[in-house]
Design a protein around this ligand. Sequence first.
Ligand code: PLP
Length: 402
Amino acid sequence: MLSISKRSLNLGTENAFIVLAEVNKLIKEGKNVISFCIGQPDFSTPLNIQKAAKIAIEDGKHGYTPSAGISELRSAVVNYFISSRKINFSENDIVIAAGAKPFIGYTIKSVTDYGLGDEVIYPVPGFPIYESQIQANGAIPVPIFLREENNFSINPRELLKKISSKTKLLILNSPQNPTGGIIPKKDMDEIVDILKNYPDIWIYSDEIYSRLIYDGEFVSVASYPEMKERTIISDGCSKTYAMTGWRLGFCANRLLAPFLTNWVTNTESCASHIIQWAGVEALNGPQHEAQSMRNIFLKRRNLIVKLLNEVPGVNCKSPGGAFYVWPNVTEACELIGCKDSEELRKLLLNEANIAVLADIHFGQKVKESGHYLRLSYAASEEEIKLGISRILNFIKKRANLN
Ligand code: PLP
């Protein structure tokens, strides 16, 4: 009998895509659904970047490139890391791929071995691909929980408890998906102090939201000189330049670059030649559109946080970055008799035409913590106002609060 590997059968996914299919089905049926599910900017890619891609096509940039990427883009990434983080790399330390996502799996494959009990510490709630790639590559997932009382930063004391002699890799993500939390400098200082005692642990620093920061400063763990050698910084064009569908990401680490490059050779061969030239323009060209998208997100963040806090039973902290809010809906669930936020999510979708994601879509439930939803505010101010008023009216009606 033909069989499917356990690895494939057990492979996790991004549940956002499953909810998205549900939402699209309802929209097709004629329902007026407002969606706060999607993890991508709702803007078009800036015109100068679009133009660069057209020129690349016309100029015949049609062939394979080196697996690590074209020199022009790698050199633009070097300059980007200097200007954004004051970190110096050489072109050979940089690898380009089709999005930032592939580097998660490539890194885990490069620093852990299958079935040997190698442990990877990763944030929960968190981007679901961390856990699925850890598992698919035969390593042991060790979640570190992000809590509201800590503004969804990593608690250094909790980190220390999770480290063992088997720990090979720590995944950090700031600003964070799904909470929008950031790791402030004082926490990062403590994290680095701990890591100094464990020189054999690699760090994968997922910095895809680094340009979407609203409160405080963005701190890269690689900017601490003693951490640079063992940190893989991953960033890309998706979120900063509204280029999610173009697929362009980059990462930096001197020791690992040749191995990550070899994974690219073994999988995608190279990122699209045309898109790499668009990336050169994105990084080297004018930055005002990226800045103005960030400013619009900031206005929307303030609006959605204010409106959510007016909904009975909803408590929403103001997140420092990315384009997500992570409201605590524990009281709202109690008010309307829902057992958890997944039940609330389904009710909101089917009875109020509001699409959101629930905490269970981002890993196991955090112990001794409440129920949460994730809303992406990559939506217009009108949609935010209308959408949150629907949630407010739904909860009031269900809880007989009128
Ligand atoms: N890392 C995090 C935390 C994300 O939220 C995402 C996308 O949602 C990615 C990586 C993937 O980015 P890309 O679209 O560049 O592959």
